[in-house]
Design a binder for this molecule. Structure first.
Ligand SMILES: [Zn+2]
Length: 348
């Protein structure tokens, strides 16, 4: 074998470096192109939910992206999640420490008039649901209701103990005319080999800034929000436990759909049956369909390479026809207050 001189070796290394750089560049361009290839909601033609001006005692809900939902009956407000700080994609990818964005939270609280918050209830404790609960509770007298992990997130943010309520599975909690029940459920199995990402609990009060991986999942819940006018179930993550909702009837399901495409058609059908067929829901609103690395207020679907909501939407239509032809699918509009149970409302 001929030996290379030092100069020849340098030339060979230089060529190899150019090839590697070119491959990295092509790879980077491909990722950027694929990242920006996103489906649009425009192709979905589900019927509009009847829109009414909220009257004094109507129950309304306002969707504020991901699974953040503000319920209001004119007297009492209940906030599911409350995710207003939006760590950037780079924060997430590189595990940079993040913390609640005080300005974003103040703006959202003002703009959506959260003056009567009685409870802040995250569907589970991942950052895209629970990272702002402490900051919100500290700006109100609201109770935070959730798992041990949720409580430690609240403590880390300095929320007073008398505003922290540990949820017991199946127990009813009363807030004004609302009765809220948390039923233990499962997180969507979207991690490696069906695992839950950032699984487990946290052991100490969560002090921020911290990387997003610090917000462990804790417990995942189906949240049942009953009111004399009607009932809504919020399922934040697309997981389910067989039989957990047996005997629970509801008017509305807020159905977390993130990453269902990757979980597959069969899984999604079982999920539909567990959440919609079992509960007899008349109206189904998908939530958690928007890319949560976008700024608060911007609803952009996930890139096709991660999760195609238009495929999931077609599956949901199919399951509706097969199992629950009386149920209706609707899209929520960001920031728009809708009356949830128009049949119980005086003008309907
Ligand atoms: Zn999650």
């Amino acid at each position: 074998m001929p030996t290379l001189t030092l100069d020849e070796l340098k030339i060979q290394l230089k060529r190899a470096a150019i090839v590697v750089a070119a491959l990295l560049l092509v790879g980077a361009v491909a990722v950027v192109v694929l990242w920006n290839d996103r489906p649009s909601l425009a192709s979905i033609d589900w019927p509009h939910y009847p829109t009414l001006e909220p009257t004094v005692d109507a129950v309304s809900v306002t969707w504020l992206g991901v699974t953040t939902l503000l319920f209001d009956d004119g007297e009492t407000q209940i906030l599911i999640d409350g995710f207003f700080s939006r760590p950037s994609l780079l924060d997430m990818v590189f595990g940079r420490p993040v913390q609640s964005d005080a300005a974003a939270i103040n703006r959202a609280i003002n703009q959506y008039r959260m003056r009567r918050l009685a409870a802040v209830i995250p569907v589970h404790s991942h950052f895209d649901h629970a990272m702002d609960i402490g900051a919100i509770a500290n700006r109100s007298s609201a109770s935070i209701l959730g798992s041990e992990t949720t409580a430690l997130i609240a403590r880390g943010a300095g929320v007073p103990e008398d505003q922290i309520v540990l949820a017991e599975n199946g127990q009813e909690y009363i807030f004004g005319q609302f009765t809220v029940t948390l039923i233990e459920s499962a997180h969507a199995p979207i991690g490696w080999n069906g695992a839950t990402p950032y699984a487990g609990d946290i052991a100490e009060p969560l002090v921020t800034p911290a990387p997003i991986s610090a917000w462990r999942v804790g417990k995942s819940y189906s949240i049942i929000i009953e009111h004399p006018h009607g009932t809504t179930i919020v399922q934040g993550s697309a997981g389910f436990l067989d039989g957990a909702l047996d005997g629970r009837q509801t008017d509305v399901v807020m159905l977390g759909v993130a990453m269902l495409e990757g979980l597959g058609h069969e899984y999604t059908e079982q999920y539909w049956q567990a959440l919609v067929t079992t509960t007899g829901a008349a109206h189904v609103f998908p939530v958690h369909l928007d890319d949560y690395s976008q700024p608060f207020g911007e609803v952009v679907l996930f890139p096709r390479m991660l999760d195609d909501f238009t495929t999931i939407a077609a599956w949901l239509e199919e399951f509706r026809e097969r199992w629950d032809s009386d149920a209706r699918l609707h899209l929520l509009e960001f920031g728009k207050q809708i009356v949830l149970y128009p049949q119980a409302s005086p003008e309907a």
